[in-house]
Design a protein around this ligand. Structure first.
Ligand SMILES: O=C(O)CCC(=O)C(=O)O
Ligand SMILES: [Fe+2]
Length: 313
């Protein structure tokens, strides 16, 4: 064999190997393995690499797993913000959060949640979400789901808890379900602010921010648009009262629901590892970010995208 022939042969072999590898990767990523992470909710998706443009079938499988399990965990994803956004877009349009100072300057689809300082300035929104809520429930069209990428996490602490609101609804008596099926709840962003200020981290929202988020009304029980399953949809995050009732009249029933909705049987508590991606369904879950780490010395740096959703019914 001449040198030219052998170079040609090795080029072919290498070329063959790399295209074979791509095929293998595609075949592998087309068949993600789905493994439940707790009895209440959540599934880990294995054999996917979010740096790649995943096949449509893989995305469809993930969507199905999300609808069934309410939360997806994908570990060891060392992705860029651009890859995070590209993956998120496969599930719908992305929201640009009203709190614009916490968005990545060149990529406003990414909301930074962080207590890490750069040049003396905190890089994101710190210490938020320490109350049960569903993201953007204070909007007329709340979010379908949020996709969080953990970049730096404390050794211990800083977990996020999730509560399955399908299970909460299904555990109610027929009488209570019938009552709730006929009720609507008023939600307001100002209450979410109040919750955060209460726990001592948030700055007050500006008039401008509040003007963009007038009170909205949603059914107390919402039907999942993709599965038809019903979920309790009255989280303490931003709920004020039932339509047609005063706050005082609404309080006893709302407080019963808040207690009921977080029965330990409905919960999964996620302990974050760096490069975890957690995709939670805001239509069927509430979540709660536990601020139990030392904000002065423990670094926690997360990126979140928020997939747009439909008007609840
Ligand atoms: O930091 C977290 O774990 C979650 C905070 C939160 O509520 C959110 O990003 O929606
Ligand atoms: Fe949240």
């Amino acid at each position: 064999m001449t040198i030219t022939e052998s170079v040609e042969k090795s080029r072919k072999t290498l070329g063959g190997a790399s295209s074979r590898k791509r095929d293998e990767r595609a075949a592998k990523s087309a068949k993600p393995e789905i493994r439940r992470v707790s009895p209440a909710l959540g599934a880990e998706v294995l054999n996917v690499d979010l740096r790649e443009d995943l096949p449509d079938e893989t995305i469809a499988e993930m969507r199905k797993a999300l609808n069934e399990n309410c939360l997806l965990l994908i570990r060891d994803q060392d992705i860029t913000p651009e890859q995070h956004v590209a993956f998120s877009r496969r599930f719908g349009e992305l929201e640009i959060h009203v709190l614009t100072e916490y968005l990545l300057p060149d990529l406003p689809e990414v909301l930074v949640l962080s207590n890490v300082k750069k040049n003396g300035k905190i890089m994101g929104r710190a210490g938020v979400g320490e109350y049960w809520h569903s993201d953007l429930q204070y909007l007329a069209k709340p979010s379908l789901g949020s996709i969080m990428h953990a970049i730096e996490v404390p050794e211990i602490g800083g977990d996020t808890m999730f509560a399955n609101q399908f299970a909460a609804y299904e555990a109610l008596s027929d009488g209570m379900r019938d009552l709730l099926d006929g009720l609507e709840v008023v939600h307001h962003f100002a209450k979410a602010r109040y919750n955060s200020v209460q726990v001592g981290y948030a700055r007050p929202y500006s008039d401008e921010e509040l003007k963009k988020t007038p009170p909205v009304t949603h059914p107390a029980v919402r039907t999942h648009p993709e599965t038809g399953r019903k979920a309790l949809y009255a989280s303490p995050g931003c709920a004020l009262n039932f339509v047609g009732m005063t706050e005082e009249e609404s309080r006893p029933l709302l407080e019963f629901l808040y207690r009921h909705a977080i029965n330990p049987r409905f919960l999964y508590r996620h302990k974050w590892r760096a490069n975890d991606i957690v995709f939670w369904d805001n239509r069927s879950l509430m979540h709660y970010a536990v601020q139990d780490y030392d904000h002065a010395s423990d670094r926690r740096h997360m990126h979140r995208t928020t997939v747009s959703g439909d008007e609840p019914y």
